[in-house]
Design a protein around this ligand. Structure first.
Ligand code: FES
Length: 133
């Protein structure tokens, strides 16, 4: 069975429908197969003067979606398109100051924002399609 969240419980998932970007539950974002295993796909949305950048990281048949904004200084995590994991493929990494985040729940486990979380986004996989939950 495909899972969108691994085994950790995340309690404060952002609902995309609340951002005013025209996405509603059931809307399709992309197919699972369109994201290479170990890579991420980025999406950018705008609502008035607000911009929202999100990314969906794939690891095997699991996906993890977060706002692309580091809790330390608010910068995007990545510098290269689709590259959010550190070298070993274990943690998400902010390339600005090197903070490491658990993939499953976005908890920073090393770096200047240790103990803070990435903002997780509520999505799921249904029949091979990644959709808004
Ligand atoms: S902005 Fe991400 S670690 Fe500083």
């Amino acid at each position: 069975m495909l899972s969108g969240r691994g085994c950790h419980q995340v309690t404060d998932l952002i609902k995309l429908e609340t951002l005013g970007i025209g996405l509603n539950p059931g809307d399709e974002l992309c197919s699972l197969e369109s994201i290479e295993d170990g890579s991420a796909r980025e999406f950018s949305y705008r609502s008035g003067s607000d911009f929202y950048d999100i990314f969906i990281q794939r690891k095997g048949n699991n996906i993890f979606a977060y706002m692309n904004m580091c809790p330390h200084a608010g910068t995007p995590l990545n510098m290269e398109e689709g590259v959010f994991m550190e070298r070993t493929g274990t943690y998400l990494m902010c390339h600005t100051h090197g903070a490491l985040f658990q993939l499953e729940d976005g908890l920073c486990v090393a770096g200047p924002c240790n103990g803070e979380y990435l903002q997780a986004i509520d999505i799921k996989v249904v029949e091979g399609q990644i959709i808004v939950a």
